[in-house]
Write a protein that binds this ligand. Sequence first.
Ligand SMILES: NC(=O)c1ccc[n+]([C@@H]2O[C@H](COP(=O)([O-])OP(=O)(O)OC[C@H]3O[C@@H](n4cnc5c(N)ncnc54)[C@H](O)[C@@H]3O)[C@@H](O)[C@H]2O)c1
Length: 318
Amino acid sequence: MAQVLVTGGQGFIGSAICMELLERGDDVRVLDLPRPSFAGLSARGILEEVEVISGDVADGAVTSSAVAGMDRVFHLAAQTLVGPAASDPLGTFRSNVEGTWRVLEACRAAGPEAVVVASSDKAYGPSTSLPYSEDQPLEPAATYEASKAATDVIARSYSSAAGVPVAVTRLANVYGGGDLNFSRIVPELMAAAVHRREPRFRSDGSPRRDFLHVSDAVTAYLTLADALAAGRGHGLAVNAGTGIPTSVADVIEATGRTTGNEFGKSELADGPPEGEIDDQFVDPSRLFDLTGWRARTDLDTGLREAFEWYRSRPDLCP
Ligand SMILES: NC(=O)c1ccc[n+]([C@@H]2O[C@H](COP(=O)([O-])OP(=O)(O)OC[C@H]3O[C@@H](n4cnc5c(N)ncnc54)[C@H](O)[C@@H]3O)[C@@H](O)[C@H]2O)c1
């Protein structure tokens, strides 16, 4: 049984990681804001099984006490939305960048066996070289992208410069039951399907993304931590995705099909959303070579799982 810290553990991916760690029999501690953006632990019914520390990850004293005594650390706490990042760079950099160096400083002192830090495929920026491979440069343009590129570079420097057993994940677009960020396309489609209303779209359906089911995101985190604890992968950044580009229009169509809804396209916006990248998908072969991980959930299966989850929690769907 390991002692494991998940920062941002109230969030979508963090709470799914907590669930899986509990299944494995680990002791789980979460560091998240006193008023987290979403109550993912309650939504998943595991709040009582987890030790929750309320605080800001950018607060060095709080973060040090949260990291103390931990065998493994998953650092996911971040301001994750692109629009709010553009209107509040200072707050976003404080949470995402200062938060990261606070966690890594605490790990340097505490000496866990594995530290996995959430970067993002957004750190590559609007590159036309696709699929993204880990060897290409990070060329962020928007504030959120820059915050994740900084997270990525700072975290890896703690491996080369300070010997912390850290690796960085660059996940594609994660979806699935439990995502309460309704400005994202899949949660919005699911809420619309649950309440039999028309969805609100932020794009014309043309942007392409690599849609990774949350169960595959969780196994990417856990297998990477296992590799780090076994002495492999230190200082690496790894992509995780399906490698398959799927347009937002295709996701709308697939969600309609799997949930038994006919979504009208009349509500589509003009063009792609402002400040967001048109086309993004990743080459996941480095993580496969390191751990044997690959995405196992196809889009229809993942959307069906998501619909079951949202349908069981209509109270959470706007
Ligand atoms: N969801 C995706 O598609 C995706 C893709 C690639 C990378 N990521 C990264 O994975 C991580 C988790 O993403 P998510 O979708 O679960 O996000 P989320 O918004 O659901 O969860 C983030 C959590 O961090 C917490 N948080 C924010 N600022 C904090 C602070 N200063 N101190 C403590 N806690 C703070 C929030 O309260 C929230 O619970 C993020 O770092 C994100 O950048 C997400």
